[in-house]
Design a protein around this ligand. Structure first.
Ligand code: SF4
Length: 423
């Protein structure tokens, strides 16, 4: 009797990648992937700990997994089960942010001897290779090339749960890219701190990208999930300028538009440095889309700091914003800070920024009108196809095109926060 499994993945692109890689391992062991509603024999929950809300959801999903699979195997993995393995009590298999390449084997073993726990952190941290060559349910593929972080921003738990920076070996990146680009036109390089790729190999992210462009000709588009402003070096900008294969979109975490708050966050730049680099990027790459992450309601953020941030967001002419109300994470310096901002004030500031993000997105899309775009088709319905262009803007094209293909189109209008292309 074939055994079945389903997955629940919370959090970031790294979690999505790791979750997909574990699914591939499970299928290689003979399990069939089904939806959670089909009474699977095993359920895997990839947890997240980046905010209190994410931690609450992780606990909730583990309980839900047990309900979906009362007599089968429930496995919990990831950042939250690394921090609080006891809270994953309902699970038979609990691992943290390491040992994911063994997860499928643990699930198989748990069928015989229930209760497998391994949140141990190896003394010698090496990059744990997971291989994955096809995302069954996604058009653009991810490749995790880096793990861990050494920066210790004052609000962040990630360095505490994912450990120190480490990278996938460059040769293995080439191997993975060649496999993935057989099935996917676009690949997103991702990591916890992607811009710090390659230090232990004496190379930079730009060196790696240069090699990918040379050695993986099948790849049509390469995208970065995010990159810190301090890690956008001239080598990278030269490559971006020279190669249209590199997506014309950079997601560059900002977190605050106030220097005083950036200092409290332990972010390694000032607003002046950030803006200067963004303007340099814009001067060199026309129409590039620049978006950012933003935390509102950080401890000590006054109305004046927030006004400063709003002015700075407009000055940067972002194409959109990812907005996060500050969430005090136990074990981080920011959680102990005085002047915690009231929840309703955080909510209000988040709402103002989300409205601004919509306004900025529409304005940015207007700047793309009349310019030919190359759209990666993600779906088709009612005689139209939908996907994202190199600048990561959503585009609607008349006609039905195959999912996963790149289609050239000229946007002529902005409708419902989307570019409408002519037929
Ligand atoms: S750079 Fe800062 S925010 Fe990003 S993972 Fe590292 S500590 Fe967290």
């Amino acid at each position: 009797m074939e055994k079945t499994f389903s997955v629940i993945s919370l959090g970031c692109k790294v979690n999505t990648y790791e979750c997909e890689a574990v699914c591939q391992q499970m299928e290689e062991l003979g399990y069939i992937r089904v939806s959670s509603e089909e009474s699977p024999d095993a359920v895997i929950v990839f947890t997240c700990a980046v905010t209190n809300e994410a931690a609450r959801k992780s606990r909730q999903m583990i309980r839900r997994a047990r309900k979906l699979c009362p007599h089968g195997i429930v496995a919990a993995a990831g950042c939250y089960s690394q921090i609080d393995p006891e809270e994953a009590g309902d699970a038979d298999v609990v691992i943290g942010t390491r040992h994911k390449s063994d997860l499928a084997k643990y699930i198989l073993a748990a069928e015989k001897s229930k209760q497998i726990r391994n949140v141990e952190v190896p003394s010698q941290e090496v990059f744990e290779p997971l291989t994955l060559y096809r995302f069954k349910e996604r058009t653009r593929a991810f490749l995790k090339i880096e793990d861990g972080c050494n920066q210790f921003c004052s609000y962040c738990v990630i360095p505490h749960v994912r450990g120190r920076e480490r990278s996938m070996a460059p040769d293995q990146v080439m191997e993975e890219m060649k496999k993935i680009s057989r099935f996917h036109k676009e690949v997103v390089l991702t990591g916890i701190h992607t811009g710090r790729y390659g230090r232990e190999y004496g190379i930079t992210l730009a060196d790696l990208i240069e090699r990918i462009l040379k050695e993986v000709p099948d790849l049509a588009r390469l995208r970065l999930s995010s990159i810190e402003i301090t890690e956008i070096d001239d080598h990278f900008l030269n490559l971006l300028e020279a190669s249209p294969k590199i997506a014309r979109h950079l997601h560059i975490p900002l977190q605050s538009g106030s220097d005083e708050i950036l200092k409290r966050m332990r972010r390694p730049y000032t607003t002046a440095e950030y803006l200067a680099r963004v303007e340099e990027i814009r001067a060199r790459i026309n129409d590039i889309s620049v978006s950012c992450d933003l935390i509102v309601g950080f401890p000590g953020e006054s109305d004046a700091h927030f006004e400063e941030t709003l002015r700075f967001l407009r000055a940067c002419r972002f194409s959109f914003l990812h907005v996060f109300p500050f969430s005090a994470r136990a074990g981080t310096p920011a959680a102990e800070m005085e002047d915690q901002v009231r929840a309703e004030v955080k909510k209000q500031r988040a709402k103002i920024c989300l409205n601004l993000s919509e306004e900025l997105y529409d304005r940015y899309m207007e700047s793309l009108l009349g310019k030919e775009a190359e759209v990666l088709v993600e779906k088709s319905e009612d005689g139209f196809s939908f996907g994202r262009c190199s600048e990561y803007a959503e585009v609607r094209i008349p006609g039905v095109f195959e999912k996963g293909t790149l289609v050239k189109a000229v946007p002529v209008a902005v409708e419902n926060h989307m570019l409408a292309a002519k037929g």
